[in-house]
Write a protein that binds this ligand. Structure first.
Ligand code: B4P
Length: 187
């Protein structure tokens, strides 16, 4: 059975950084909703035009928009044969419910990359992406607490949540994540 993984964590916790390495190492397809949205912005598509101002302010793109994009991507052949690693999705209970509607049986692990607020602030300010202004970062962290943190209970109730310490060097964090994924893939 191919692996089905979601990676959660505060914005700036290193989900994207680690997801690229996990996908390479375990052969799963990396699906980043943030990357998909940034690509749509760069291409100037209708979705990109709608998403740009939402992302710049630190708000979340509406569930109805994101859910459709992810559902379509999960149906592609590469995902069906190789499995998936969802990075940055789900971010709300509505998104988690949509995901369980189209992939519940394929989901084996929810990783939460745990990094303190102070540390993610520093990392995002150092990263300096268009949406990494102090106001947008504050807004994203507020939304994380109200919209995304409740998902930890949601995945815990389903018995698939693993919390991984995301502090420290990239290689150290990757080793911790690898150990958890290997344990699951051997089951
Ligand atoms: P995302 O693209 O998902 O980005 P992110 O959460 O800000 O960052 P991530 O956790 O991936 O951290 P990274 O590896 O870059 O979202 C961007 C926006 O898109 C959202 O705010 C929202 O508007 C929209 N969006 C996306 N998905 C959505 C959804 N499902 N629903 C609604 N809206 C959605 O790491 C951060 C920095 O730290 C990097 O500079 C990295 O080099 C550095 N770093 C990483 N690991 C480190 C380590 N161990 N030590 C030191 N630095 C480290």
């Amino acid at each position: 059975m191919p692996l089905g993984i979601v990676i959660l964590g505060r914005q700036g916790s290193g989900k994207g950084t680690q997801a690229v390495r996990i996908a390479e190492s375990f052969g799963v397809v990396h699906i980043s909703t943030g990357d998909m949205l940034r690509a749509a912005v760069a291409e100037g598509t209708e979705l990109g035009m709608k998403a740009k101002s939402i992302m710049d302010s630190g708000d979340l793109v509406p569930d109805t928009v994101i859910n459709g994009i992810v559902e379509e991507r999960l149906q592609k052949d590469d995902v069906q044969s190789g499995g998936f690693l969802l990075d940055g999705f789900p971010r709300t209970v509505g998104q988690a419910e949509a995901l369980s509607g189209y992939a519940e049986n394929d989901l084996n692990l929810a990783l939460n990359l745990d990094v303190s607020i102070d540390e993610v602030m520093d990392r995002m300010l150092a990263r300096g992406r268009d949406d990494d202004t102090a106001e947008a970062i504050t807004r994203r962290l507020e939304l994380y607490e109200t919209e995304t943190a409740p998902l930890l209970d949601w995945f815990e109730e389903r018995g698939i949540l693993k919390i991984v310490d995301g502090n420290g060097a990239e290689d150290e964090v990757f080793s911790r994540l690898t150990a958890v994924i290997e344990e699951i893939s051997e089951k």
